[in-house]
Design a protein around this ligand. Sequence first.
Ligand code: 5CA
Ligand code: ZN
Length: 406
Amino acid sequence: MQAWTQPEIPVVAGPARRLRLYDTASAGLVEVNPADGAAARIYVCGITPYDATHMGHAATYVTFDLINRLWRDAGHDVNYTQNITDVDDPLLERATATGVDWTELAQSEIQLFRDDMTALRVVPPQNYVGVVESIDLVIGAIEDLQRAGAVYDVDGDLYFAVKADPRFGGVSGYDAETMRALFAERGGDPDRAGKQDPLDSLLWRAERPGEPAWESPFGRGRPGWHVECSAIALKYLGMTFDVQGGGSDLIFPHHEMSASGAEVATGEHPFARAYVHQAMVGLDGEKMSKSKGNLVLVSKERLGGTDPMAIRLVLLAHHYRTDWFWTETDLLAAQERLDIWRGAIGRGSGPDGAAVVDAVRAALTNDLDAAAALAAVDLWAESNGDDTAAPALVAQAVDALLGVEL
Ligand code: 5CA
Ligand code: ZN
């Protein structure tokens, strides 16, 4: 699948720093720096294209964009792979409810997402991969799981047996009760009769009347959710890549299951070196979600004339590991900050440029403390100095590292 346009990324003078991120699996900070000269490898779970990009999605993709930018700043090539869940229950349900063809709904929402990502200056993935174009990959992954003895049949549907994975639970660290509750809440079917374990997850759903289906050695049907991400990540990144990313709503079951499936299929461990999660963004006290409909849409804000760089500054002002709520007040503050910064880089000189660039790098490599990076730029913008190179240097760093074009 075509991704979107790559923004210009200036090269910024001065030494890069080593990146540390919070890893959900080990519940602590870990270094995520590939060997010198090696490419960094990251998989971020992409959209299910049945509705427009909201500020929660935007926060997730901007967070992983910071990681991408920091690795590039440190001289690494980055192999960034992102999927699109372009066939799944919510998409098919929405298409049926609105009388739109499901493929057309997916195509139009994917295009809107591309436009939103371009406006927010998110660096595109090298591999932007839909499930519909990956059916063979998914079938191959299910066959690998069959060979590992981890697949069984319930009335023609295939399930992944979690007992095949002695490490199951190691990504989320959740106890059995929490897993079961979240599994039911997030697309799982713990109570289906005939399953060996309530947490066993669907790999292949046999064709149902009115649903799209593809030929396979297991009969006509369509892929389950988790195995699509195992299969796409294995194909484009291989095992033991650097970062598996997404929102915290994906910790369980999705990231637990996709890691487990890949590990059982390959017999190798771990799927990813670090599991990094963006906290949930909400509106008016509730998590923003397409199913609840309490959305602030990136496209709607853009069409209403909001500067996408102000949207980006709102997202960056909140730490990625803390849940937060979108407010108009934050947007106004971000617009004001943008004006101040633009004024400051238009000056003939300012305080020491190299120092502020280093402060931005230090903040971001410290588990993406973007708010501290913004504060460092604020301080620079509000003070005077005689470094005539500073305005251009700060503008470059704000563009390259924070993705904000001034
Ligand atoms: N297609 C699957 C992943 S394979 C999916 O979760 N799609 S999604 O459209 O529902 O979400 C896209 C991305 O945005 C996921 O990484 C998800 O974790 C993240 N996300 C969804 N809602 C929010 C929210 N309210 N706040 C922050 N991130 C969110
Ligand atoms: Zn995924």
